[in-house]
Design a protein around this ligand. Structure first.
Ligand SMILES: [Zn+2]
Length: 272
């Protein structure tokens, strides 16, 4: 499965990259069905100090809270991704607020807009996105934004919630869009996409963004970085993302580690 990577030369060479905060992971995913606990143990023993496990549907958010409850180094978020807005029950928001009040919940999301696939009602996406921003505001929680093929609409919606901040997850826009979000006080989350060969635009965004506004994330099981692209991803693979950011910005790896971890604490308001 390519998950246990002791024998992969590339990843061994980067063993010195440790003290990582993976700000966006999906360890509830069925891809980990057979070895979830083993993988979580493996990543924690190999330089991954903290994880935020992200909820994408109501059920997934419940599972995420459970996962965080059983691991001290795992935090979680509760959220409804734009592809899961259709079948919410009538008073979902009340249950959602209850769930969000759990002490391991550090954010609302992923929430947002996604126009990449037809067959999803834009109106419903807007309604559930705005409701989650509203809840985040009332609970004073940051928001993890999922935005795909919907940059302008996403900007327009979050401008209506000036007190709500958070992270633009899996940022893959250009430098101009990156600076717009940063000017509004948001963080940008970079995944394995920055290592992909066709990622010039995203690399420009990494260049333009001050290191004080960047966090790293796997979005695992997806988005495994080069040279492991296509494999089931896990948080240890963030070594490649951190290395790439250090090369692009021409700063030491240690500096990228230090800032991305500190930024993650600040983004999720975690006090140790
Ligand atoms: Zn995600």
């Amino acid at each position: 499965m390519g998950l246990f990577m002791e024998n992969i030369k590339d990843i061994k060479e980067l063993e010195y990259i440790k003290g990582i905060f993976d700000t966006h992971a999906h360890y509830n995913d069925e891809k980990y069905e057979n070895n979830r606990e083993e993988i979580i143990k493996y990543v924690h023993e190999n330089g991954v100090d903290y994880i935020c496990n992200v909820g994408a549907s109501f059920k997934d958010s419940e599972d995420s809270v459970k996962l965080a409850a059983s691991h001290s180094f795992i935090y979680c978020s509760v959220g409804v991704h734009p592809f899961y807005v259709e079948n919410l029950e009538k008073n979902w928001d009340k249950k959602f607020i209850n769930l969000a009040n759990n002490k391991k919940v550090v954010a609302v999301g992923e929430a947002g807009l996604d126009y990449s696939s037809k067959g999803f009602s834009k109106e419903k996406q807007f309604e559930v996105f705005e409701k989650q921003l509203d809840i985040a505001q009332s609970l004073n929680l940051p928001v993890i934004i999922h935005s795909r093929d919907a940059a302008q609409d996403t900007l327009d919606v979050i401008k209506n919630f000036p007190n709500v901040k958070g992270v633009i997850h899996c940022f893959s826009g250009d430098d101009v869009l990156a600076l717009k979000y940063i000017d509004m006080g948001w963080y940008l989350g970079f995944t394995g996409v920055v290592t992909f060969k066709n990622a010039n635009k995203t690399v420009r965004a990494v260049c333009a963004a001050p290191i004080e506004r960047i966090v790293v994330e796997t979005d695992c099981p997806y988005m495994a970085p080069e040279p492991l692209r296509g494999n089931v991803c896990n948080s240890v693979m963030l070594r490649f993302v951190i290395k790439k950011i250090s090369e692009v910005k021409n700063i030491p790896v240690e500096e990228v580690l230090y800032h991305t971890k500190l930024n993650a604490f600040s983004l999720y308001k975690i006090k140790l």
